[in-house]
Write a protein that binds this ligand. Structure first.
Ligand code: PHE
Length: 466
């Protein structure tokens, strides 16, 4: 079998996994979900889901990967449960689907970085003609997926780990810089108030479902990305505390993104944050409104702050596309024994091709732009939104549900315990491990099962449980 490589240090593993988790989901989606879901009211539900439900699933994923030293499909087989490799295939499918549209959004962000640093703030006025220019966006998305493939093709320690060690600290610096700047803008305080004061009247069942979907997507759970990264960990690495640190980092950076975004929105709307729940979408705010904000700062400061913002977005996207590309690549390496570089570049080409409908569905083709009207909805959604719902929400929550069932009832307690318990555990990791055992058996299967089912009925059949 071909050498698989591995992380040099546990820090490298944590940074790469946190890089996978921290992405467009944190910076572009999260603040707007909070805005529409009642500020701190949403935040509380989100924190509950992240730590109570998602953290145990993350621990299980990393433990499965680490103990089998294999990517998902192979991992289930190695544990002796070949039928469960279906969960690995489901993860592969969701990874391919997510990456196919994620790469297009990453290309928009990366393209904006180029426009803004040249002082072209006017791109914001013509966002729809920007996204419908499929040749230009197609070129950006080829560059983005090639950059991703270049890093992944270099291997785990020389590619993924090195990139994460540079990009993650930079990302944190950039976000702190932007927060300090955003807090100095007029009405910043009004924005922060809106963010941190709860409005429980906005807490509907739909908000609760979307909080869970957002938590899964944001933590990169349910598709085996962390099984794959875990498979490159040393057999004696501490899984439970690593999972806790990754969960915490992801939630913390999402929280920071809110501290940056709410003051920006308050500045634009002159303190009228009601706009936050009616803003027709985060897309419009980020790609149409923000460039105008940057322009109003004058040519030099505008280029600087705007450039930093879109660089931040592109970096966040890149550390996530790396992990999304690693999953199918590792599958080809482990299962089909294909050489890593060949595997990476072929998957990248396939991703670009299956991303074409998403590329065209942002204005260039009306068929893909108004792709489907779902039951219970009045207007059509684009191919990209549809694929994001299938691959990014449904598949992930079903995958997470199955992983928790597998860990609790098929793999069983003694094996899972052996996989996560250390020879000399610290008090904290022992305490966390006890919690994970309890939650993976008694909490995750029930709650994830109910929420996945109700979300499916709601999204695809228009059945509402309000
Ligand atoms: N977690 C990433 C984000 O928030 C997206 C992602 C999902 C990455 C699943 C890998 C796997 O943007």
């Amino acid at each position: 079998m071909a050498a698989r490589g591995g992380f040099n240090t546990r820090l490298g593993f944590i940074l790469a996994s946190a890089g996978s988790a921290v992405g467009l989901g944190n910076i572009w989606k999260f603040p707007f979900e909070v805005g529409a879901g009642g500020g701190a009211a949403f935040l509380v539900v989100y924190l509950f889901f992240a730590f109570v439900l998602c953290f145990p699933v993350m621990t299980a994923e990393i433990a499965i990967g680490r103990s089998t030293q294999s990517s998902p499909v192979t991992a289930f087989k190695k544990l002796g449960f070949s039928k469960w490799s279906g969960v690995g295939y489901l993860g592969l499918a969701s990874g391919l689907l997510i990456l196919s549209f994620y790469n297009v959004v990453a290309a928009w962000s990366f393209g904006y970085f180029f426009e803004i640093i040249q002082g072209h703030f006017a791109v914001g006025d013509s966002f729809s003609s920007y996204t419908s220019n499929w040749i230009k966006i197609g070129a950006y998305s080829i560059i983005f997926i090639m950059g991703t493939a270049y890093i992944v093709s270099r291997g785990v320690s020389q590619g993924i780990e090195k990139a994460a060690k540079i990009m993650m600290p930079t990302l944190i610096l950039l976000i702190f810089g932007l927060i300090i700047y955003a807090l100095s803008l007029p009405n910043a305080f009004v924005g922060i108030q809106h963010y941190l004061l709860p409005d429980f009247s906005k807490m509907t069942a739909n908000v609760v479902y979307s909080a869970l979907g957002q938590a899964f997507f944001s933590l990169s759970l349910g598709m085996g990305a962390l099984i794959t990264f875990g498979s490159y960990l040393n057999k004696d690495a501490d899984v439970v505390t690593s999972a806790a640190i990754i969960t915490f980092t992801d939630v913390f950076i999402a929280f920071l993104a809110g501290l940056m975004m709410f003051p920006f929105v308050a500045y634009v709307t002159e303190g009228d944050l009601s706009a936050m729940s009616t803003i027709s979408g985060e897309e419009a705010f980020i790609f149409e409104t923000l460039p105008a904000v940057f322009e109003s700062l004058g040519p030099n400061l505008g280029v600087l702050i705007g450039g930093i913002f879109f660089l931040l977005l592109s970096f966040a996207a890149l550390t996530s596309t790396i992990s999304l590309l690693e999953v199918p690549t590792a599958f080809l390496v482990d299962e089909k024994e294909i050489n890593r570089s060949k595997a990476t570049w072929s998957v990248a080409a396939v991703i670009f091709i299956i991303g074409i409908p998403s590329l065209l569905g942002a204005g260039a083709s009306s068929f893909f732009s108004e792709f489907v009207i779902l039951p219970g909805q009045s207007s059509a959604i684009s191919f990209m939104s549809f694929i994001s719902m299938v691959g990014g929400s449904t598949f992930l929550s079903v995958g997470g549900f199955l992983i928790s069932i597998f860990t609790a009832f098929v793999w069983r307690k003694q094996n899972f315990s052996r996989a996560i318990n250390l020879e000399n555990p610290s008090l904290i990791s022992r305490w966390l491990a006890n919690y994970v055992h309890f939650a993976i058996r008694y909490v995750c299967p029930v709650v994830l099962g109910i929420i996945s089912l109700t979300t499916i009925l709601n999204n695809y059949f228009g059945v509402s449980f309000l």
